[in-house]
Unconditional design. Structure first.
Length: 216
């Protein structure tokens, strides 16, 4: 009769777990906080990756636009004794440039005159901006720098104006670039002072910091 008593003792509640329930328990507060922290880190990494991809896309599209602008300007110069169009000021409005290229059929697509990464309304593409000659780039074949105090002091005082560009000039001469202003970010904000620029050779380069040091 001792055997049934032993079996009852083995079957007492709390002595053995039912099949499939061993080790089952809820998360502790610490474990929950760790899990939340990991999720937040992964989310931040994902947002950063998406932002980087978007930035690179804007950078590439900007370079493509400047390249197309260069092709149009060189074609215009070929038909005009090597002279590029001349505008009033480098930061616009520049209706002389859009009239010379768009109306004469060298570059008819309005969006090409704008950096797609630019955030400032008056430098972004709109039909109104285009009709008034407000483009999204600095254009360096012009009569003078603007009196705009936000314009880089280097461009206002250290560059010789007027500046009439000819294809006979050194091929590394800057023709156009992203806009940059003292104390403000450029269109490509992942870089400290990232600026795409077009030269008389038709090539497009980029300065990641201090465009004034590379300006020619």
């Amino acid at each position: 009769m001792a055997e049934p008593t032993r079996l009852k003792r083995l079957a007492r509640p709390g002595v053995a777990s039912a099949p499939g329930t061993r080790g089952r328990r809820g998360f502790s507060l610490v474990e929950l906080l760790v899990a939340i922290a990991i999720i937040m880190v992964l989310a931040a990494l994902l947002v950063g990756a998406v932002g980087t991809a978007s930035e690179l896309g804007g950078l590439t599209a900007c370079r493509s636009n400047l390249h197309d602008l260069g092709i149009a300007l060189l074609a215009y110069a070929k038909d005009h004794g090597g002279a590029l169009p001349v505008t009033e000021t480098l930061d616009g409005p520049q209706p002389e440039l859009t009239a010379a290229l768009a109306k004469e059929g060298y570059l008819a697509e309005p969006r090409t005159y704008y950096c797609p990464a630019e955030r400032v309304p008056e430098r972004r593409f709109s039909q109104e901006n285009f009709d008034e000659g407000r483009i999204g780039y600095f254009y360096f074949s012009c009569e003078k720098a603007s009196p705009n105090r936000l314009l880089s002091t280097f461009l206002r005082w250290n560059v010789t104006w007027p500046r009439h560009l000819q294809t006979a000039m050194p091929s590394g001469t800057w023709v156009a670039s992203d806009c940059w202003f003292s104390g403000g970010p450029t269109a490509h904000r992942s870089f400290k002072k990232g600026v795409n620029y077009l030269t008389l050779s038709g090539s497009v380069g980029m300065v990641e910091e201090s465009p004034r040091e590379s300006f020619r």
